[in-house]
Structures are given as structure tokens and as C-alpha cells.
Design a protein around this ligand. Structure first.
Ligand SMILES: [Mn+2]
Length: 317
């Protein structure tokens, strides 16, 4: 038996992964954390399953991030999950009882039961990227340029340009630290949001359908679609008919009482609500004290869908 094979048998072989089709946060964490553990002498493989989200793909292409594993075969003794702690979307290869570590920033109640042998770190921060950056700081290990760029853009992506309510001081500190570790291009985040906006235009129907959510309030069914882009006004002007057609499709298909799109501009501080359904317009006008012009209602100040929902709920009570 060759020596390296013997060595391999004795060294625990760990797979680090995130959910299937990871967003930029998941991708960045797999990449950067596997490099940190490798520098600490662990036998780790960082792997991605499925297709990374558009923002991740943008960073991968721009910075030629090619030394990452996709869907590896073979046997892994144990597993580490980053930016996920849930059974849904988990790659088949992962055996939950052999998960030894979970790093995530979403509260899923059954995590302890699901991964009985794991060291679990779940905290309310804007991105798991922040948690990985703190691991580098704690270990006092030099971060490589590609990991730094990935983690940096992951925080901006995950926190919607630090506007989302999930963003914390820890995320901002992590960003400050990264700026001292690597040369990060000035317009990186703007460029990434442009890429996201262009992809949204190109696949508008698909994007609208994939960010559709349904809510039931006192047996009243509400459908809400969310869009996050830059240059929102232009997009809405150019694609209004298409957006309204998708909304009306959804209304019919899901027998909804209300349907609307809430769109945020990632670089400006306003929301647009879009619907040609008169009941929905009336409801939104009352709640946000806005007027609809040509099926568009503008509200100053940025609100995410998860902030819109409780306002709807209290109004419909
Ligand atoms: Mn995340």
C-alpha cells in the first residue's frame, strides 16, 4: 500500500459543504473555511453541490475561482455544514449523524436533534461569512485574497447591501477587517449588483416565481413577490407589463385575495409596490399612505418583505 494511502486512511477525511445550489454566502463559507482548516493541518475537502446563485457566479468568474470541488465522489468520514443547518436542501452525501460541526445564522429549532454529534454555532448575524471571518481572526491565520473577496461580497449580498435588518455590528466589523487583509476593488459590490440586476431582467419570470411567497391571514390568502435590484425605476418602467402578467397568473393559480410585488432598490432608499389588482392597491395605499400611479406605488424608506408582513397582518385583523 502506498504511503499516502495509508496516511489517508489514518487522517479523518472531512467534507465541508453548504446547501445545494448555494448562494454567495454558502459558497464563500465553503471555500474560505476549508482553506482555514487545511492551513490548520486538517484533511478537508470543500465542495459545492448544484449551481451557485448568480452573485456567486459573478465573483467566481471575475476572480477566476476555479480551485473548488463540485459534487465529489468517494467516502467522507465526517461532515461540516456552513450557512445551513436544515435537512432541506442538504446534499445526499451528508450523513447527519456524522456531521461534526454546523455554522449557520438561521435559527432552526431541531438542529440539536438533527446533528447529535455536532458542535453547533448558530448566531444572529447577517451572514455566515462573518462567522468564518471571526474564525480566521481567532486563529490568527492569514486569509488568502480569493477567500477575502468571497467573504466580503457574501456579507453585502446576504445583508442586501447592509440594509437588511439582519445586519449587525459584527458584519460591519468583519468588512472593515477584510478591507485591511486584501485588495478589494472599489466598485466590486456595485458591479455584483449590476450582474444580479441583469440576470433578473434576463430571467424575470423565473425570478419572480422563485421569490413568490404565500401567507394566510384569517383565511385570507395573500401572495407577495419580492425583487431586489439596482436601478429599480428603470427596470419597472421597462418590464411593467411582464411583471403584472406574472402577478395575475399567480393570483389565479393560487386563488389569492391579494397579490403584489414589493421591490427594493439595493442602492437607494425606497420601495416600489406593484399590482394592478384594485383591492391590493387599496390595502397598500391605506397601510403605507401611498398613491398608486399606473399600478406603481412608491414608498420612501426601505422595507423588506418580512417587515411588510406584520404590517399587513395588523391591518387585516
Ligand atoms: Mn447566509
Amino acid at each position: 500500500m502506498p504511503y499516502w494511502l495509508i496516511l489517508n486512511l489514518y487522517m479523518s477525511n472531512i467534507l465541508i459543504t453548504s446547501k445545494i445550489n448555494p448562494d454567495l454566502d454558502g459558497f464563500a463559507c465553503v471555500y474560505a473555511y476549508s482553506r482555514l482548516l487545511a492551513k490548520q493541518g486538517q484533511n478537508v475537502t470543500g465542495s459545492i453541490f448544484g449551481i451557485p446563485h448568480v452573485e456567486a457566479q459573478y465573483i467566481i468568474d471575475r476572480f477566476h475561482i476555479d480551485n473548488i470541488n463540485y459534487s465529489p465522489h468517494g467516502f467522507f468520514e465526517s461532515f461540516i455544514l456552513v450557512d445551513t443547518s436544515d435537512i432541506s436542501g442538504m446534499p445526499n452525501i451528508v450523513r447527519t449523524k456524522d456531521v461534526i460541526e454546523v455554522i449557520d445564522h438561521r435559527k432552526v429549532h431541531i438542529t440539536d436533534e438533527l446533528f447529535p454529534n455536532a458542535k453547533i454555532q448558530i448566531e444572529k448575524v447577517g451572514a455566515s461569512a462573518t462567522q468564518i471571518i471571526e474564525r480566521y481572526q481567532k486563529a490568527n491565520i492569514q486569509i488568502d485574497e480569493k477567500s477575502a473577496i468571497l467573504l466580503y461580497s457574501a456579507i453585502y449580498s446576504n445583508t442586501l447591501n447592509l440594509k437588511a435588518t439582519i445586519s449587525t455590528q459584527r458584519d460591519r466589523k468583519a468588512i472593515d477587517w477584510l478591507q485591511k487583509q486584501a485588495l478589494i476593488p472599489n466598485d466590486l459590490i456595485h458591479d455584483m449588483f449590476i450582474a444580479k440586476t441583469e440576470a433578473t431582467k434576463e430571467h424575470l419570470e423565473k425570478v419572480l416565481h422563485s421569490d413568490y411567497k404565500e401567507f394566510l391571514f384569517n383565511s385570507r390568502r395573500i401572495g407577495i413577490v419580492q425583487l431586489e435590484v439596482i436601478q429599480l425605476n428603470t427596470l419597472v418602467q421597462n418590464y411593467l407589463d411582464q411583471i403584472l402578467a406574472v402577478l395575475n397568473d399567480l393570483k389565479e393559480k393560487h386563488s389569492l385575495e391579494f397579490i403584489f410585488l414589493t421591490a427594493i432598490d439595493l442602492e437607494q432608499n425606497f420601495n416600489l409596490f406593484i399590482t394592478d389588482d384594485s383591492d391590493s392597491q387599496l390595502l397598500l395605499s391605506k397601510i403605507f399612505k401611498i398613491k398608486f400611479k399606473k399600478n406603481i406605488g412608491k414608498k420612501e424608506g426601505m422595507l423588506l418583505r418580512k417587515q411588510v408582513i406584520p404590517l399587513l397582518l395588523s391591518h387585516l385583523k
